[in-house]
Design a protein around this ligand. Sequence first.
Ligand code: KG4
Ligand code: ZN
Length: 382
Amino acid sequence: MGSGLILGIESSCDETAAAVVRSGEQVLSNVVLSQTAIHQPYGGVVPELASREHLRAIVPIVRKALEDAGQTYESVDALAVTQGPGLAGALLVGISYAKALCFALDKPLIAVNHLEGHIHAVLLEERRKGNRELHSPVLALVVSGGHTHLYLAESRGQCWTYRNVGHTRDDAAGEAFDKVAKLLGLGYPGGPVIDKLAPFGDRTAVKFTISQMKHVDRKDRDLAAGDGQPRFDFSYSGIKTALLRYVETHHLQDDIELRRKALRSLTRPSIDDYRRVCDQRTLDLVASFQHAMVEDLVSKTLETARSYDVATLFVTGGVAANSHLRHRFEESAAQGGFPVYFPSRPLSTDNAAMIAAAAYPKLLARDFAPPELSAEASLALR
Ligand code: KG4
Ligand code: ZN
């Protein structure tokens, strides 16, 4: 259809993003406005503030994406927007704007699941590199601030189908990184800071154990495609509590408060600033926490890959930007004989290029959204 030009819009959480992508592989523009500075003082995303900021940003961000791509509202073939999962109010901003544009321009609208977007970030990057030989079935670990989900993904021509075979029972991995960073007075979001500080600590200093939950779960049979096959679930609320206990038993609270205050007084703390306010014990704690998280994610994903006999591994979502995670996945997947693929770091975290890329097969199939499309905060991926 046309030249396969899709304008993608993403507003599911705290990034307002727009991108123009041709045929699911050529990124003509990719604009992301992060609201981190707005939410930082609250130590997490405040839904009402997120919606307000999306409203403020959506028109200029979409204009910039078109401008950067050398395109106009008229020249794109279709629009794509994230339908869910995410914050309902935040999603509605993107959806309402996309619907209004499509109505005014008489263009089709494609609804995209945010998690499918993260998976297509990998496909987009590989196609861009000329790698069209990705073998199905794929096991995709989507690991972000809101999700730690394992999907078996299979392609039939351009179209993909998904089956959930594991997910977190409580906190998502990114959420655990963010909560632990907050607990240690390191601010929000925690993942990138922990990633940068961990190499300065001893990851064997503190032993954290993470709950193991491999079992056939009757309650989740629907999600496991009704075949009673094993699920590989995660749980990360325990490690956060273990870290809190460590802080309490070692009386670290006063130091943490001083660190919090010192970092708050800096506008954009550098990694050296963070290091200056962390003693060796804290660096060891950070390194040990990250190591435990990464080992759990890697071992459960590889166990699932072996159990379902998959051909390829994808690791995507915000936490996939983590250097230690990438390194350990590459090492372990090579030992296990699986090729593993990640998106580049800018496409690991939330963006709209992945939404436009995931929409391309739907454009080919003329799978368009109905006029009554609305936000679905807990939209499942199938
Ligand atoms: O995919 P994403 O941008 O948004 C969601 O869909 O949630 O992921 C954001 C999450 C946050 O929890 C953030 O702390 C985490 O990804 N994150 C990282 C890194 N960069 C972002 N976690 C660990 N290491 C990183 N380098
Ligand atoms: Zn995401």
